[in-house]
Design a protein around this ligand. Sequence first.
Ligand code: 5AD
Ligand code: SF4
Length: 437
Amino acid sequence: MKTFYIETFGCQMNVHDSEKVIGTLVTQGYSQVDTPEQAELVFYNTCSIRDKAEQKVFHRLQQFKKEHGKGKTFAVLGCVAQQEGEKIFEKAPHVSLVCGSASYNQLPQMLVQLAAGNRRVTGLSLDTEDTFETPFARRDNPHRAYLTIIEGCDKSCAYCVVPFTRGPERSRTSASVMTETRQLEDAGYTEIQLLGQNVNSYRDPSPAGWDFAALLRNMGQAPGIRRVRFTTSHPRDFVKDIVDAIDEHPSLCNHVHLPVQSGSTRILEAMQRMYTRDEYMRRIEWMRNARRPIAISTDIIVGFPGETEADFDATLGLLDEVKFDSIFGFKYSRRPNTPALNLEGQIPEEEKVRRLAIVQEKQRAIQLERHVGYVGVVEECLVEGFNQATGQWIGRTSQNKTLNFLRTDSSEVLAGRYVNVRVTRAGPNSLAGECVN
Ligand code: 5AD
Ligand code: SF4
């Protein structure tokens, strides 16, 4: 039995890719171990979205080699593999496999080559129409499952490496998505998180021809599935029909992550985002006018090249206007190959730090204010676990808020169950309450 160890960085797509890679390896007769020491094959699934990801990867590879290097085979997967390609062999000669996500469906053949002693195996072609289909994926969470519906990205946001690391958009057939949904139901999962770089541009390649809203409506009727989430949405492809689908089907979670990046139309244009601030606000209005209260979260980048104080103020103004339920704030970082790499007007690091701190502080106040409005409300929670330190159960609402609660009358194991909780206290990042059933 050949053994492997895998370490994963980056987004949910990467986490789920690793689950599928594990499924593929197990199907090929490999067995997973918990530490690199025990493994013959060491996989490193990398992310290059921000910061100096490449350096970090090389540093980690050196460290791995020093500590557990003897007789092991090293493989670099994911976005840094795709971005750096064969350069990885030069900088880290102990690496034997470099493979980007668009080539994962050829992993079985690559494993055969590795086993045959080939020390320079690559999967770097982005020229694919296939998605990564595996007989099964090893999922860690017994209640919530990731399910990929679309891979790659056809947008060209000026700051972003993803179109270079994950290749062009490829949607899975609706039949394949629905078959996997039924398998997940049978396996006892009650929550499914649909994944794609841009789920809104999902387009069923089979004659059924479902768009994303049609897929959502069908998922919303899957009998065993109580919650369906999806990420990530691009505002340009976010249509009102998606909001209507959420209104029609209670199992479609009333939470939408809709990255805006900036509140300045001028910067949005420089970012090549293909929408204006007003167009973004129209989408917010659709959600605010929905019958169900839809929680909205976003991503913000501060310090994009050329961002003036007035542009930055526009972003702060947008935060005030929308009052997002949560945000992920980032300092712009230059990424290889991207259109923004050599733009003039790069913002100094200290200024980016300052702007990000202002964004975070403002958002903290907004979240606290929003959350106070939940006190007294009863919310259904999927119980995720128990926090020994606080003696509270950890629950998640359909709106994707963490709601910690006490339940003193029983010592039952609640993880994986759905319970009703009355909110009694609010903080900026979570709610607290008491179980009412
Ligand atoms: N610099 C800073 N943030 C970035 N993101 C993507 N690329 C960059 C970059 N070069 C952020 C965006 C995106 C999120 C996943 O990461 O906000 O929505
Ligand atoms: Fe990182 Fe983007 Fe690749 Fe995800 S797709 S792993 S966020 S670079």
